[in-house]
Write a protein that binds this ligand. Structure first.
Ligand code: ADP
Length: 587
């Protein structure tokens, strides 16, 4: 039932090309029937040889029958090629349309979804899962049509020639399937679930292990972290081994039985032990029955192929079924640039606790505020919510007095610019990378913002200046350099509200100073919300919000907070100690 609905859905993506898929099924079935004809002519040849023996010179039809066999074999191949051609035309169209549908949908989804799902996983679904449907439709489906047609015709033929031999050559197939059925009973679904779980555990632990490598290296915890990973590998190994052992008898019986039709035929031939006709039929069936094994094995894998295609479809749906955030019907455009979060509560999908609880933050137009606090406090979440990567669960976020939910997406993107810590640049020229923010910007405009974003030294050292393509041979930029280019891009966009995520680490102080200066230029005359890691950079902020465990623990200017003696005061003290320690160490 499910498989049919998957197929119907796939055909929906084919448009007018769906008839090509149906045509390919028909052609493939015809080709399968034609492929059996050479055996008929082979039968005639053997028949003639036995009839005239030992005066072989009297056998005059051998050559003609031989050519007929070759002719049908060639015809069958030609028709199969035609079947594949039409199935491919349709399959490529379907996979292409699925990719387009996915990309169009992803473009509608909030950035939060991309962040939570991970761009790697999304890429795999867009490219690999759609490719899986292509393999299924282009190859497996026509092969399935042939795999069903062949045994049906064979059974007809087997009985047509000599029903006794026919029956006997089917016997091993029936027994083989009975053996298989024992294996594939209801316990199989349960075993499959256990198998998937063991596999998932192992993968998760592998990821955790790799993620923990820096910690492991620093603190030398090799044994402990490796133990858990090894534990999951061991249990996976044990499960797979015991499962294999469980399947072994059935699989063995099946393989032996379907390939041993000749043994059954010998027994029957000995029992019948007649003259010419029995020998003739015996020879024919010995040649013919191995085809049964091939056809049956194809039928067996049919359900597996169907499962792979169904899995691909469910992955595709894991993206297509995600609803975009609701767009306002009559969008409002904010006229002021103040940002107000009022009693905001938010929890991530799958999160056990609220990432933010009752958070109130007010930022006047043109002000600069800083978000600080321990890791996991909620700084990134606040920044993401202002850009509407997700919608709040409770409370509201307003820009210029208008709820962000009522601001059309394009307007919001033009109003709020987010400078990420790890701003990615595309493999394109610097000019094109900056122009992404404003496609119709002139070259002079781009040069101006690059200059303002302190990028002169970068441009100078590049072989083709701003036309140099990043990521080509030998052209790599450091993290700080990339961030300056990203700042130039945001400058070009000219959004009145900025969210800046300060980089946590810089390789060299010179880069750090340049990025700071670029940030300062960028911030001029704009409302700025800054996620700060280095406390010196925010001493002059209009207000500092200290977030801990999803709440605003305290807020105020640098001086009032230091005087208050709370968490910020402690952080400031620690920070100064670490800075003086660094300076001391450098001496
Ligand atoms: P900060 O930026 O201050 O380090 P975050 O805003 O990133 O803090 O995180 C706030 C809380 O939300 C943390 O408890 C964190 O574990 C949780 N969190 C962050 N991102 C996700 C996510 N994608 N899914 C589930 N929980 C998350």
């Amino acid at each position: 039932m499910k498989k049919n609905s998957n197929l119907r859905e796939l055909m929906g993506y084919a448009g007018g090309h769906r008839y090509l898929t149906y045509l390919s099924l028909l052609l493939s079935a015809i080709s399968a029937i034609l492929a059996l004809f050479p055996f008929v002519f082979l039968f005639r040849i053997i028949q003639e040889v036995i009839a005239v023996a030992p005066n072989y010179a009297q056998a005059t039809h051998i050559v003609r029958n031989g050519w007929m066999a070759v002719g049908f074999a060639v015809l069958s191949i030609v028709i199969y090629v035609c079947a594949l051609m039409s199935s491919h035309l349709s399959a490529f169209r379907i996979a292409g349309n699925i990719r387009k549908a996915l990309m169009a949908h992803i473009a509608e989804l909030p950035l939060g979804f991309i962040g939570e799902t991970g761009s790697g996983k999304i890429r795999r679904i867009v490219s690999d899962s759609s490719a899986a449907t292509e393999t299924y439709l282009a190859h497996q489906l026509p092969d399935m049509s042939a795999a069903v047609t062949t045994p049906v015709c064979m059974i007809v033929m087997l009985f047509l020639f000599d029903w006794r031999f026919g029956l006997v050559s089917l016997l091993p197939v029936i027994l083989g399937f009975a053996a298989m059925f024992k294996m594939a009973g209801p316990s199989m679904a349960e075993d499959m679930k256990l198998y998937q779980n063991a596999l998932a555990d192992m993968n998760n632990e592998a990821v955790e292990y790799v993620r923990g490598v820096p910690v492991v290296k620093t603190f030398g915890q090799t044994v402990h972290s490796f133990k858990r990973f090894k534990g999951t590998i061991d249990s996976y190994y044990e499960f797979v081994m015991s499962y294999c052992k469980k399947c072994r008898p059935s699989m063995l019986s099946y393989t032996v039985l379907v390939n041993s039709a000749f043994a059954f035929l010998i027994v029957l031939a000995l029992i019948l032990a007649g003259g010419g006709p029995v020998l003739l039929n015996f020879i024919f069936y010995v040649i013919f029955t191995p085809l049964i094994a091939t056809a049956m094995t194809k039928v067996m894998f049919m359900s597996e192929n169907g499962m792979i295609a169904a899995d691909a479809m469910s992955r595709i749906h894991s993206i297509l079924d995600v609803e975009p955030l609701p767009e306002p019907r009559s969008g409002k455009v904010p006229t002021d640039n103040d940002v107000v979060l009022e009693n905001v509560t938010f929890r991530y999908t799958g999160g056990i606790t609220d990432a933010l609880r009752d958070v109130t933050i007010r930022v006047g137009a043109g002000e600069t505020v800083a978000l600080v606090g321990p890791s996991g406090g909620g700084k990134t979440t606040v920044a993401g919510l202002i850009s509407r990567f997700w919608d709040v669960a409770g409370g509201s976020i307003q820009i210029g007095g208008i709820n962000v939910k009522d601001i059309p997406k394009e307007t919001l993107t033009d109003t709020v610019a987010y400078v990420f810590q790890d701003s990615r640049l595309l493999k394109a020229s610097i000019l094109e990378n900056v122009r992404l923010a404003k496609p119709n910007a002139s070259r002079q405009e781009v040069e101006r913002v690059l200059h303002e974003a302190q990028c002169d030294d970068i441009i100078q050292k590049l072989p083709q200046g701003i036309d140099t393509v990043i990521g080509t041979k030998g052209v790599y930029l450091s993290g700080g350099e990339q961030q300056r280019i990203a700042i130039a891009r945001v400058m070009l966009k000219n959004a009145p509200i900025l969210i800046l995520d300060e980089a946590t680490a810089f390789a060299d102080p010179e880069n750090e100073a340049l990025v700071q200066r670029a940030f300062e230029r960028l911030s001029k005359g704009r409302t700025v919300i800054m996620i700060a890691h280095r406390l010196t950079t925010i001493k002059n902020a209009d207000c500092i919000f200290v977030l801990r465990e999803g709440r605003v623990e305290e807020s105020g200017t640098h001086d009032t907070l230091v005087a208050g003696g709370g968490l910020y005061a402690k952080m400031w003290q620690d920070y100064q100690t670490s800075v003086s320690w660094k300076v001391g160490a450098a001496k």
